[in-house]
Ligand binder design. Structure first.
Ligand code: GLC
Length: 502
């Protein structure tokens, strides 16, 4: 069997609002992305995933879509999108777009009609509420002037669709076709385990992402992905879909990744694992035993950046651990998803002023939770403020960048062999060279306390999560390390790739 392109792909997530601003309004856009394609090619990723750029009132940064077949003027035009896809393909990069099927914007024509009393059955309207909470805080129900309530598992501006209505199915198949016809290589499916809610909407005692929850992961959802897969397979070029599936078990995750369903699902267990060889080993074993095509991810636009997560446990170690975790992740069988800015070692920006915050999580929690703006601060391309090359001229970006971004900018890191950017470039180039030659399987090697050693054919990866240095496993050549080695010793918070000819 030919290996599909996505099996080992490294996909780079672009949070469009924060990547690069070409128009000069302080907000990233599609032309900004297009101009930075050479940077992405040089970084060495295989594909980009664009977060929603569709017309939206931006109640949740664009995850509230008012028109699924257009481009918000903030981000450009449909022509800009088409030029981006053409250029990305010329640069050898595939393009995934985000599809948001659990809910629309409250400004979507269907919801506007529903408020007028037309076609309410496309959404979930009830005369009374249940005890479900919005993921962002507060009740999941909002009352409309005639007294009914509608369900929104996220912000009030994001009413949930009623997937028991066939019209919703037909509409989404048509939306997928619209973007497939414009050359996209695949979709990232937002809240892929949402969509269906248990009949009768029973009260819950626990609303976490459990496999048997009335709120998430209902079995009917798999029928939707079977239909979508059939559609994807009618197009040439191995079009694919990756699901954002939050769940409590790898068995449940695997239910989405089947020959007649999605090609991939995000494996959040990897991102949730603490800095521990036992935790890492367990996630790797569980994943490889259950999910046919594995994926790995350390950061995205919804979670605290991994450098800062690791630092929180053990101050001062964050960057070293982030680099070591990347090298470990890139050695695993499967596909890896990177989040813009991690190649610069960007930390979470924790001290954004309240007035600057925009995430509904901050507002719906009454300011109790900081929200996700801290991982969405615009990318620093150059040393100079005010925007560090994010916007042209003296324009201030939509979220303020801290002064520390100057030192972390692309300009500062490019050409500096010690920098995180150059480390990512080396790691991705080395992986690209190796990946076709090593088996998809992984073998554990005996590891000293605190460390984890494994091999895939001639590649051995060793990561040291312990407190003291450990001796490197047997090898013929050191290919790459995430930090300096001390002769044949692997220091703490460091990972290494070794070649071993057997
Ligand atoms: C997903 C997105 C997140 C968004 C939510 C609601 O989790 O990644 O950013 O807020 O869905 O659409």
């Amino acid at each position: 069997m030919d290996i599909p392109w996505w099996r080992d792909a490294v996909v780079y997530e672009i949070y469009v609002r924060s990547f690069a601003d070409a128009s000069g309004d302080g907000v990233g856009d599609l032309t900004g992305v297009r101009r930075r394609l050479p940077y992405l090619r040089e970084l060495g990723v295989d594909a980009i995933w664009l977060t929603p750029f569709y017309p939206s009132p931006m109640a949740d940064g664009g995850y509230d879509v008012a028109d699924y077949r257009g481009v918000d003027p903030l981000f450009g035009t449909l022509d800009d999108f088409e030029s981006l896809v053409t250029d990305a393909h010329e640069h050898g990069l595939r393009v995934l777009v985000d599809i948001v099927p659990n809910h629309s914007s409250a400004e979507h024509p269907w919801f506007r009609a529903a408020l007028r009393g037309e076609g309410r059955d496309r959404y979930i309207f009830r005369d009374t509420t249940n005890n479900w909470q919005s993921t962002f805080g507060g009740s999941a129900w909002t009352q409309v002037p005639d007294g009914q309530y509608y369900l929104h598992l996220f912000a009030p501006g994001q009413p949930d669709f009623n997937w028991r209505n066939p019209e919703v199915h037909a509409e989404f198949l048509d939306i997928l076709r619209f973007w497939l016809d414009r050359g996209v290589d695949g979709f990232r499916i937002d809240v892929a385990m949402g969509l269906y809610k248990a009949e009768g909407l029973p009260d819950v005692s626990d609303q976490s992402f459990m496999s048997d929850s009335p709120v998430w992961g209902r079995p009917e959802v798999h029928g939707v992905y079977r239909d979508w897969r059939r559609l994807l397979d009618t197009y040439p070029g191995e079009r694919m879909a990756v699901g954002e599936v939050w769940t409590d078990s790898s068995e449940d995750l695997a239910r989405y990744v089947r020959p007649d369903e999605l090609q991939q699902s995000f494996n959040f267990a990897w991102l949730q694992a603490p800095w521990s060889p036992t935790a890492f080993k367990q996630v790797i074993d569980d994943t490889l035993a259950t999910v046919p095509f594995a994926t790995w991810v350390l950061s995205n636009h919804d979670v605290v950046r991994h450098r800062t997560r690791y630092d929180a446990d053990d101050p001062g170690t964050g960057l070293a651990r982030a680099r070591a975790a990347l090298l470990t992740m890139l050695a695993l069988p499967g596909s890896a998803y990177l989040y813009q800015g991690e190649e610069l070692g960007l930390p979470e920006v924790t001290d954004l002023p309240d007035e600057a915050r925009q995430d509904p999580v901050f507002f719906q929690s009454g300011g109790a939770l900081p929200g996700r703006d801290g991982c969405r601060v615009p990318i620093p391309w150059t040393v100079d403020a005010p925007s560090h090359g994010f916007s042209p001229g003296g324009v201030e970006p939509w979220l303020p960048q801290p002064a520390t971004f100057a030192e972390l900018s692309v300009e500062k890191q490019e050409g500096d062999a010690e920098s995180t950017l150059e480390f990512y470039r080396r790691a991705l180039a080395c992986r690209r060279d190796l990946v076709k030659r090593i088996p998809y399987t992984l073998e554990w090697l005996e590891s000293p306390e605190g460390a984890l050693f494994f091999s895939r054919g001639s590649l051995t990866c060793a990561v040291n999560c312990g407190l003291g240095p450990v001796r490197l496993p047997e090898h013929d050549e050191v290919l790459l390390s995430s930090g300096p080695l001390r002769r044949d010793l692997l220091p703490p918070d460091t990972a290494v790739w070794l070649r071993r000819d057997s």
